[in-house]
Design a protein around this ligand. Sequence first.
Ligand SMILES: Cc1cc2nc3c(=O)[nH]c(=O)nc-3n(C[C@H](O)[C@H](O)[C@H](O)COP(=O)(O)OP(=O)(O)OC[C@H]3O[C@@H](n4cnc5c(N)ncnc54)[C@H](O)[C@@H]3O)c2cc1C
Length: 462
Amino acid sequence: MLSESLIKEFKSIVGDENVFTTEADRQSYSYDSAVLEPVVPALVVRPTNSEQLGKVVALCNENNNPITVRGAGTNLSGGTIPDKRDGIVVLTNGLNKILEINEQDLYAVVQPGVVTAKFAAEVAKRGLFYPPDPGSQAVSTLGGNVAENAGGLRGLKYGVTKDYVMGMEFFDVNGQLVKTGSRTVKCVTGYNLAGLMAASEGTLGVFNEIILKLTPPPAASKAMMAVFDDVNKASEAVAGIIAAHVVPCTLEFMDQACMRYVEDFTKAGLPVDSAAILLIEVDGHPAQVADEAETVVKVLEKTGATKIVVAKDAAEKLKLWEARRNALPSLARARPTTVLEDATVPRSQIPAMVAAINNIAKKYDIQIGTFGHAGDGNLHPTILCDKRDTKEFHRVEAAVDEIFDVALSLKGTLSGEHGIGMAKSKWMEKETSRATIEYSLNMKKAIDPKNILNPGKIIAGR
Ligand SMILES: Cc1cc2nc3c(=O)[nH]c(=O)nc-3n(C[C@H](O)[C@H](O)[C@H](O)COP(=O)(O)OP(=O)(O)OC[C@H]3O[C@@H](n4cnc5c(N)ncnc54)[C@H](O)[C@@H]3O)c2cc1C
């Protein structure tokens, strides 16, 4: 329980209207997009400018109140579940200004609460391009993207959020403003703290402003769908495309189970009787696009695609991507609980990973639909279940354990893009080492001695 005098102090910083105390308001911020137990915060605070944000952080630290910063709460790893010790949720939706878009020097400066798609659209209006495009971009925030190092459909060619972070300002746990990076293309002044902040999940500092790199947009693009009667052939095609030295901007996979749910929801005309599809887009100079599309088609034919559909126009292309972007919502309609995983393997190991996922589904008698960024080796096996059915949920937990064991045995990683949060903390040592955990803990202790910044995430409880 927070004292009335402390609540008053928060109100004096951000105004009465930006401090939420009722049970109903606090309940709304007790969970995020992961399937984990909710924790109701002691208070929810909404700063609307930098000065307020810094003061809120400092006040939380002075009073030992753990801070969980929350963008849109779309993370899938429990990153915004507040701490049980009178945790305070700090909302960033009041810090939602695009401060600068520099068309000459190709960068932008933003506040952390700017919605990703809104930013990409503003940049596009000026003829520029911000490539990171998480499936949640219509609601997720740039602060949340940086803190999770979000990926997206274009990651294969254009990289992920961290590749666009040129610098930032963040508040340390005492509410002091730390500046790192610059507006220049090159900058090696001091430690790469912005690099450290990417994927730090709110555990090392609170972003105030972020400098993001922009690029010119590709002049042309071509999208296509390839249909396969065998999942292995689809996986081989992925490896074949990369081996042919074509780097598509997007190379996505969907298995039959996933396709059926998507088709049911979107009526996009997916080949639901086939085993798997690949959705591929190449972009760049028009001549390069024509050349690469031809190479891709040749690889697809050679690896046994039964049908290749090349989108004739922008409307057909949009239909293909709408189908892909609806994969998760389509699966989520099927059962009350959706456990979306993020197992990522070297690309050459995709056939082995897909086969293992299918075997695990049979072994534990559970439904799994798999889709993902096949070009990155980043698969999203999505388990459909009902958490209230405890027997089924135990089988799901065992299946998830096994999925990660397989991914690690194939020299993969626990998370390609969804972060560790609370959900995957227990596996960290398996992928890294005890020394890595200790190094990270020492760093965290030095930066945040009282463990106030989003405790319980990444290296929790060790
Ligand atoms: C339908 C759907 C599709 C998705 N598709 C993708 C995808 O394609 N690729 C992908 O990578 N992810 C995807 N995600 C996961 C999620 O959208 C991303 O992790 C996203 O970056 C989270 O942004 P957010 O604004 O919702 O952040 P939140 O969930 O609110 O927060 C995420 C983390 O960032 C921290 N944080 C937020 N703001 C700050 C700040 N100012 N300073 C310090 N820390 C901060 C939080 O404390 C938390 O640890 C998807 C999720 C959904 C629901």
